[in-house]
Design a protein around this ligand. Structure first.
Ligand code: DLZ
Length: 202
């Protein structure tokens, strides 16, 4: 029986013409890795080509809005001799992730601006107020970015009270409730749907 909660059965959209960015934090890496793979799987299942999926990482969730902003700006800049990935690296001042990106996949030949960007982070509540401040600041900043920047920003920030909540939301649960559901899949599908619809709305 279908569950009451959740996004329902995803509608199929053709993502083959889309270019999608993913920015993820590195804190809580086990969960991040699973969520990232979920998002990537949904993008590829919808037809988004490998070379049109650009992945960038930042230390923690607090850095997500800045990285989303810079990645989108870079994709709007006319590609120079180093290509769009090089432009993003210049702006972000980092090459290591981009190097691994380009070594595992051919460099993107596309210079079109991103149709959607997925921001992925995992915040786990600790003993201080850190969690509240970061969750609040990042959610508001990501919303502002998509409204001001005219690119859909998919909210892939998990705000968890316990590690178990995270395992269930990354599809890695082991308890009586089963493995849970990988929310990265939903984020990938949301990026494709919004990317396709954005072109229709433009
Ligand atoms: C400092 C911090 C803490 C305590 N917890 C998390 C977390 O659970 N998840 C996460 O993504 N990042 C965390 N960070 C790091 C901050 O997001 C940020 O990277 C640093 O404060 C540096 O700006």
């Amino acid at each position: 029986m279908a569950t009451l909660k959740g996004p329902g059965e995803p509608k199929k959209y053709d993502g083959s013409g889309l270019r999608v960015g993913i920015v993820h934090a590195r804190w809580n890496a086990t969960l991040i890795d699973a969520l990232l793979e979920g998002a990537r799987k949904a993008l590829k299942d919808a037809g988004v080509r490998d070379e049109n999926i650009v992945v960038q990482s930042v230390p923690g969730s607090y850095e997500l809005p800045y990285a989303v902003k810079q990645l989108y700006s870079a994709s709007q800049v006319q590609s120079n001799s180093t290509g769009i990935v090089g432009a993003a690296a210049d702006l972000l001042g980092s090459t290591s992730d981009l190097t691994s990106l380009t070594s595992s996949a051919p460099p993107s030949t596309s210079t079109q601006p991103f149709d959607a960007i997925i921001a992925i982070g995992v915040l786990i509540k600790g003993e201080t107020m850190h969690f509240e401040y970061i969750a609040d600041a990042v959610s508001h900043a990501l919303m502002r970015l998509q409204l001001d920047g005219s690119v859909p920003v998919v909210f892939g920030l998990l705000t968890l009270l316990t590690e178990e909540q995270g395992l269930m939301r990354a599809g890695l649960g082991e308890g009586a409730k089963g493995k849970g559901h990988n929310h990265g899949l939903d984020w990938g599908s949301a990026a494709v749907e919004l990317g396709v619809k954005r072109r229709g709305w433009a």
